[in-house]
Design a protein around this ligand. Structure first.
Ligand SMILES: [Zn+2]
Length: 252
């Protein structure tokens, strides 16, 4: 077994046997890592030991050769991200970011930009509207995975510039009016939503968050991205279902 020291953000903690945990974290150096922590299972212990969700810590683990479940020996807290825990809303959205990263990434596939994205998103989570942050976070995460929606022109015939069109969820790309039949289920995207999506694709997270927009355009971009994600993942995430149910209860 080789020993490693990495910097990681806790994505998930699950009880394991009577007195241990399985912790999933996303590291700067090695991507997603899963490991067993022995002798820690009560809530207070988990928090103190640096294995609570959202915590950024320096982690020491022993790498198992024949399993992707390693042995974690220690975590030194670098940033507890407590402001996220102060409001139910930021807990819920922060949990969604963690579940999305966990779902989209493979173990031990390094993506330092995803680590930085998560770290930045946590910093903004208690200060900016979570809906907008979530949309920008999703675009940036898709970019890091190489799944950024193609919006330069029609993916089928190459027609451009395209100021309105249809968004093929299956292809993650735009289709023009003439090519819509290639994906009959592709929903229309309005010019304002398309322009906003392009802003999110082309700019850094901070600039995207500062960019002013119409709320209906943001809703439209968010809806299309959710459909695209659900198609790629093949299911609706648990935390996303929760967000949607809370949102619809608030609207009623
Ligand atoms: Zn076309």
């Amino acid at each position: 077994m080789s020993i490693h020291k990495v910097e990681g953000i806790v994505l998930k903690t699950q009880p394991f046997r009577s007195s241990s945990l399985i912790v999933t974290f996303f590291t700067k150096e090695a991507g997603k890592i899963r490991g067993v922590v022995k002798g820690v299972h009560r809530e207070g212990e988990i928090r103190q030991a640096g294995f609570e969700i959202f915590t950024r810590a320096e982690i020491i683990f022993y790498e198992k050769r024949r399993s992707d479940l390693h042995l974690i020996s220690d975590a030194a807290i670098l940033e507890s991200n407590d402001p996220i825990r102060n409001r139910l809303e930021s807990i819920v959205y922060g949990s969604y970011f963690c579940e999305l990263v966990d779902e989209l990434t493979e173990v031990q596939d390094p993506h330092p930009e995803i680590f930085e994205l998560l770290r930045t998103a946590f910093r903004f989570l208690s200060v900016v509207p979570p809906e907008k942050l979530t949309t920008v976070f999703t675009v940036k995460l898709l970019g890091a995975m190489g799944w950024i929606p193609y919006t330069d022109g029609c993916v089928s015939c190459g027609a451009r510039p395209l100021e309105k069109g249809y968004f093929s969820v299956k292809q993650g790309a735009l289709l023009c009016e003439a090519c819509r039949s290639k994906d009959g289920g592709a929903p229309a995207i309005t010019p304002v939503a398309l322009a906003l999506l392009r802003v999110f694709i082309r700019n850094e997270m901070r600039e995207c968050l500062e960019h002013s927009h119409f709320s209906y355009a943001l809703n439209e971009v968010q809806r299309l991205l959710t459909q695209f994600l659900n198609f790629r993942i093949g299911k609706v995430l648990r935390t996303k279902r929760f967000i949607d149910s809370v949102r619809s209860a608030l609207v009623k």
